[in-house]
Design a protein around this ligand. Sequence first.
Ligand code: CO
Length: 198
Amino acid sequence: MIERLFQQNVAWAKAKTAQDPEYFMRLSRLQAPKYLWIGCSDSRVPADAITGLQPGEIFVHRNVANLAHPADLNYLSVLQFAIDGLKVEHVIVCGHYGCGGVRAAVERSQHGLIDNWLQPIRDTAERNAAELEAIPEETERLKRLCELSVIRQVGRVCEATPVQDAWLRGQTLSVHGWVYGLEDGLLRSLNCSRSGIA
Ligand code: CO
């Protein structure tokens, strides 16, 4: 089963080189992506495939339930390098409906270590309890929680030092919140984009 990945890799590299003999040489010298994607680890939400982007065009950070923890050195390092080093112009926080992380966050049962990771989602659920409790259907309620969590993470990204510093020095940078539908393959904007200090 694992051998198949090497076979597919060789076939892919051959096909790319046949189309464009300079492809890998050119890509190996430079990456100049305009976008940073902060998305869920879910295997059904591949950033480049669903946005139609090629290798080299989107810098990607993924974790369970697409969270922007203010003390997560991994996420902060990616964010800083994307903004200061690569000069990306757009940071996209993308959640998805049917997210297992969002569901697990608000289930009564315990899941171990991941419950700590998912704490910001419970926090978002508590902050928006009135709106969420007014939605009778559970699937719809969880969909709304997916959206609210993305909006909250956009706020956290905007508060992060690399973003604040970029805006203070006048660098072009927008932060967006999107949600992806597993059932229709479509992205939706949550209309919470920001392009400067509020
Ligand atoms: Co997910």
